[in-house]
Design a protein around this ligand. Structure first.
Ligand code: GUN
Length: 298
């Protein structure tokens, strides 16, 4: 039996970062603008701390100015919004990212909407969501995870997805909904499935493009996958596994990768698929935000 292509997100992200570094060096040299990324983290969620550290490391590797604000878990909403206002006004900062999830006393909506749209490199502001939903994908800051997924899909199937059926499992504002908008803008026929969908396997079996973003380890089995499909696994689930008699903790996706490789044409692994691409797209958005400030000054 032939097996599928393992889409190497880590290698693709490294290529993208190399391009971003080169473009950054040009922007610094020719225009004296260093892209600046500010990351805010509130509290001590261990997974968030790992993500934020990776974002900072990649930003520095790309030649960006990178600043991290770590706030105590009991910080008030007014304080967070005041800090965001100061970053909105800071010309050395082109991109602002507030790491989610936030502690319960903070209203996620009010906080994400307080970042000005032109620094909203996460694509969470309603102005950017509106542009994306209206099909104005070139003008919007697109959320990083679906943007990275879309690049990998295009590399397998081309930019025009006319006639293709896409199924997105998961309806979150960060992944599922923007993913569906991007696929629709590329002419795919899109279905969004979620926890209330009836007979999910029957639906996913019709998908030429299957994006799994639910957060349930190995939910998507081999026989849920249409032969020849492109499968993008957004899940990052921590599971306990036993290795040589020891219990170890490992990251795994929403898709049973080994089984998917026997059915699909191409599959993203976890780790090493969507995750590194997400960070690369954050760098791409930040560079673009910096480049756009120059155009506004002209
Ligand atoms: N937490 C999990 N994913 C994301 C993301 O894409 N952006 C932010 N800001 N927080 C997240």
């Amino acid at each position: 039996m032939t097996t599928a292509i393992r889409i190497d997100g880590k290698a693709r992200a490294a290529e993208l970062s190399a391009h971003i570094s080169a473009d950054t060096a040009r922007l610094v040299q020719q225009h004296g603008i260093t892209p600046g990324l500010a990351v805010l983290i509130v509290g001590e969620d261990p997974a968030s701390q790992v993500y934020v550290r990776n974002k900072k490391r990649t930003a520095e590797a790309c030649g960006f100015y990178s600043v991290q604000h770590t706030l105590a878990a009991d910080t008030s909403e007014a304080e967070v919004i005041k800090l965001i206002a100061s970053l909105n006004a800071d010309d050395s900062v082109h991109g602002i990212l507030v790491q989610l999830p936030l502690p319960p006393q903070l209203d996620e909506k009010r906080i994400t909407q307080s970042v000005v749209p032109q620094k909203d490199v996460d694509g969470f502001h309603y102005v950017n969501i509106g542009k994306l939903t209206a099909g104005d994908t070139d003008d919007a800051f697109v959320p990083c995870t679906p943007a990275g997924c879309m690049l990998m899909i295009e590399e397998q199937l081309g930019k025009d997805l006319s006639g293709k059926r896409a199924v997105v499992v998961g309806r979150s504002n960060i992944v599922g909904k923007p993913m569906a908008s991007l696929l629709l803008a590329a002419n795919a026929t899109v279905t969004i499935a979620h926890s209330r969908t009836r007979d999910l396997p029957a639906l996913t079996r019709e998908a030429d493009i299957l994006v799994a973003a639910v957060g349930r380890a190995h939910m998507v089995q081999g026989d849920w996958i249409k032969p020849g499909a492109v499968v993008i696994d957004v899940g990052i689930n921590r599971v306990e596994a036993s290795e040589a008699g020891d219990t170890v903790s490992r990251l795994t996706g929403d898709v049973d990768f080994a089984a998917a490789m026997q059915h699909a044409a191409a599959v993203t692994p976890v780790p090493g698929g969507v995750g590194p691409m997400t960070i690369a797209m954050l760098m791409a958005n930040t560079l673009r935000a910096a480049q756009l400030t120059r155009q506004r000054m002209k």
